[in-house]
Design a protein around this ligand. Structure first.
Ligand code: ZN
Length: 452
């Protein structure tokens, strides 16, 4: 129905909780702005640009975006480059949905980057009737969006693209999806870094410095630290009124990032995304052939358990298959370029086991030095409290009832001894950051034996 979206995107460190009342006003605005435009209707930014010029506002136009702002021009403020960044982003959004970018050659939106709302009201660019709510960070309606000026150029760019994705979804895909997908896809497709001034999509940011003030990964890690990270079923049930909090945005991003990037779920997710994007989207996804909601939920828990910058979804994918109980000493190989690996045997809760690891692996390089490690690890660098290269042995379980399951490390190093926490598989990995696996080589041979 509605071809537009409201956004009240909070910023890390400066989060402003949105009252239920403000959220309701945003919903009311959806009705008032019904005429704001659909894809089928051509959108002409020229009248808006004329109003802006008459009012002395700066107008910067690209192929897909006309940007109007009252922010005073300063050398190096990056504002004049925003339409070009936006134009670089649109083909990436097209690719995500299997659209040919040329088919959107005439697609155009108008964005207002606002410092003084009164100037935009007086210019006729911000309706005085309340149909655009008093947004905290941004708001989009059909082919138009508004965003509040930000002091951080990277965050301003992110917010502009986030609102731009809402306009793209509303007008190109005629989307009217549940909040988790609406906000998750906007966050996913807006996340980027600049390489030589050009937009490069980074669905999972490689480095904190690429996404200044975004704070999503840090927010999710804080939730993990207090064992209060959400489950996937909680994320897809997020109501709009709760959505203006950083953890909610972060969780929505995480859900869409996992489902669109994980080798086990991406195929079905893409099929669902290319169908109708309406209020029943979650049910459609669950009903999509090849989509296993229980398996996706477990992979989401594992994703949040180890989430970090540059998290490598294919290399971190986990085989959860429960192997046979360990009847006699068994051997497993652990590759250094992957996350948790199923050792192929199941342990019995309460029973003791011994691990003996041999072999060497490479953990990338530092400058010209190749980093090599044995299974006790090297103190050159530490990750999550342990030397990189150290063999970790764990089981997957909820340590406390009502909390999300997590990998509980039970033994580490070349000669580990452990007592199984649950009946279930033994998982092994070489300690390293989930974003630093691609240049690792080799691994360890591990012998697993039960105590007599
Ligand atoms: Zn939004």
């Amino acid at each position: 129905m509605a071809s537009h979206r409201s956004t009240l995107l909070p910023r890390a460190g400066g989060a402003t909780p949105i009252s239920r009342r403000a959220a309701c006003r945003a919903v009311a605005a959806l009705v008032l702005l019904e005429a704001a435009g659909r894809a089928a209707e051509p959108f002409d930014p020229a009248p808006l640009a004329a109003l802006a010029r008459r009012a002395g506002l700066r107008v910067v136009a690209g192929r897909h975006l006309t940007l109007v702002t009252d922010v005073a021009a300063r050398d190096g403020d990056g504002i004049d480059e925003l339409p070009r960044v936006f134009d670089d982003a649109v083909p990436a959004w097209c690719r995500h949905f299997g659209l040919v970018p040329e088919s959107l050659a005439g697609w155009h939106v108008c964005g207002c980057l606002v410092e003084d709302r009164e100037r935009f009201r007086n210019a006729g660019l911000l309706p005085p009737d309340g149909s655009v709510p008093d947004f905290v960070n941004g708001f989009s309606a059909g082919h138009r969006f508004w965003l509040a000026e930000q002091t951080n150029p990277a965050y301003r760019r992110h917010l502009l693209l986030h609102e731009g994705v809402h306009s793209f979804m509303a007008t190109v895909r005629e989307a009217s999806t549940p909040p988790w997908y609406t906000e998750g896809i906007a966050e996913l497709l807006a996340t980027h870094r600049l390489v030589d001034g050009r937009f490069e999509p980074t669905p999972i940011p490689a480095r904190a410095a690429d996404v200044e003030q975004l704070g999503r990964i840090d927010a999710l890690r804080r939730l993990r630290g207090t064992a209060s990270q959400p489950s996937l079923s909680e994320v897809v049930a997020l109501p709009p009124a709760l959505h203006a909090e950083i953890p909610a945005y972060a969780a929505a991003w995480a859900a869409v990032a996992l489902l669109s990037g994980h080798p086990r779920h991406a195929g079905a997710f893409v099929r669902a995304e290319r169908g109708a994007l309406d209020g029943e989207f979650t049910a459609r996804l669950i009903a999509t052939a090849g989509f296993d909601a229980r398996s996706a939920g477990r992979d989401f828990d594992a994703f949040l358990d180890d989430l970090d910058y540059g998290y490598d979804l294919p290399r971190m994918a986990i085989d959860w298959t429960a192997g046979p109980p360990l009847a006699a000493p068994a051997r497993a190989t652990v590759a250094a370029d992957r996350g948790w690996q199923n050792a192929g045997v199941s342990l019995a809760a309460g029973r003791g086991y011994r691990l003996r690891a041999t072999g060497r692996c490479r953990l990338g390089s530092a400058g010209t030095t190749v980093l090599e490690s044995e299974s006790d690890g090297i103190s050159f660098d530490w990750y999550r409290g342990r030397p990189i290269g150290r063999l970790l042995a764990a089981q997957w379980r909820a340590v406390e009832a009502g909390r999300r399951p997590t990998f509980e490390v039970l033994a580490t190093g070349a000669g580990g001894e452990l007592r199984a926490a649950v009946d279930g598989p033994l998982f092994l990995r070489v300690n390293d950051a989930p974003g630093a696996l691609a240049d690792n080589r080799g691994g360890y041979d591990v012998e697993i034996a039960a105590d007599r």
